[in-house]
Design a binder for this molecule. Structure first.
Ligand code: SF4
Length: 371
């Protein structure tokens, strides 16, 4: 084989289930070249990234994965130099704003990490590339390689894949949940402020949802534990899709409605500091697909209606229709002048129609309390 472009097509297809976006994992519709995916930035803008594997050879047997060892398809590997040049070909033409680099584990774990690090090192130090890089840490990576990856990247991530050791054992016989994954995640967290070079460095993780029997509650409880103990920025939820040639080929796909609800609930835990026990689950410990987790949680709380002019942040953010940013603005503004009507809240971005059953303004109820 074959041209670098043909190789890139195969390697970027092999990377499609590593998520770089929580809104979608679609390829960019703007450019018909392999590997260009859109990530959503802080302000909702779309950022094109080049997402690829260094190799799709993998010794592991993750039963859901397109690259797992038992699957029969074209395997190949690019050299760090070839990959760095292929990426720069896109970047220098303004087609992408960053690199998302991952890899199958073709042999030794540290060999895989070294090849990824070498690629990024070439970009940073030989070619002077200074823009965004997200680098995947592979399970079982050494402490030293993780530190060096962190010094070169703007973001690193290790996929935890499952919420529990038994959940991971359903998916793979070759990865140890506590030793290969959680321990490495804790190292990333420990070295976050010592080994990084880029000021807005973050780390993230990803789970596959619906490939094992874990419930939404188990998933959110695991994430709550991790958020409480670390600076993990966010979690990506990959909806399981059956792939031909894998052990899970005939398993039912996970709906993106389920992952959308998990994203909602996860943001309540991560950004709004809800306890998972405040959320409402069905009899199987899953979120209710037809209802907003924040409204359901609010119906179970006895703090409402809260007074806009005196409620603490932790109560304001529990009001449906009030986000973290608008809650902070409310607290800042009311120090100078109390709120007197809901139009003042609307101007801050509060969704007043959702919020009004849950609030009082200067002692006045805003609507009939309907539960
Ligand atoms: S380690 Fe597992 S999930 Fe990662 S590429 Fe290999 S088979 Fe796929």
């Amino acid at each position: 084989m074959s041209t670098t472009l043909e190789k890139m097509k195969i390697l970027t297809d092999s990377a499609q289930y590593d998520l770089c976006d929580y809104v979608s994992h679609n390829k960019s519709s703007q450019v018909n070249l392999p590997g260009i995916y859109e990530a959503t930035g802080h302000n909702g803008c779309k950022i094109p990234l080049f997402k690829t594997l260094l190799t799709n050879k993998c010794k592991n047997d993750c039963k859901y994965c397109i690259n797992q060892s038992k699957r029969n398809f074209t395997r190949l590997e690019l050299s760090p130099e070839a990959l760095a040049k292929a990426f720069l070909g896109y970047y220098n033409r303004g087609m992408v704003n960053g690199l998302f680099l991952s890899s199958g584990i073709s042999g030794d774990v540290d060999y895989t990490m070294e090849k990824q690090i070498e690629t990024v090192h070439l970009l940073r130090n030989k070619y002077g590339y200074d823009d965004y890089i997200h680098l995947k840490v592979v399970p079982g990576a050494s402490k030293d390689s993780i530190k060096r990856a962190m010094a070169l990247a703007n973001r690193v991530s290790i996929n935890i894949e499952a919420a529990t050791p038994s959940g991971l054992a359903e998916l793979s016989s070759t990865k140890d949940y506590n030793k290969d994954i959680l321990k490495r995640l804790s190292w990333i967290n420990r070295y976050q402020h010592k080994s990084t070079t880029y000021p807005n460095f973050t780390h993230t993780t990803q789970l596959i949802v619906g490939a094992n029997d874990e419930s939404d509650k188990e998933i959110l409880q695991r994430m709550e534990k991790i958020y409480n103990k670390s600076d993990l920025k966010r979690t990506y939820f990959s909806a399981f899709t059956p792939i031909e040639g894998t052990e899970f080929a005939s398993k039912e796909a996970c709906s993106t409605d389920r992952t959308a609800k998990l994203y909602n609930a996860d943001s309540l835990v991560n950004e709004y500091h809800y306890n998972v026990k405040e959320l409402v689950f069905d009899e199987n410990d899953n979120l209710l697909l037809t209802q907003d987790p924040k409204i359901l949680a609010a119906k179970n709380m006895d703090i409402f209606p809260v007074e806009i002019n005196s409620a603490p942040l932790i109560e304001l953010v529990r009001v449906p229709g009030i986000g973290v940013k608008s809650a902070r603005q409310i607290i800042s503004i009311r120090k100078k002048m109390p709120f007197t009507n809901k139009e003042q809240l609307r101007k801050l971005g509060v969704v007043v129609d959702r919020a009004e059953p849950y609030i009082k303004i200067s002692g006045e109820f805003q609507t009939t309390f309907d539960f």
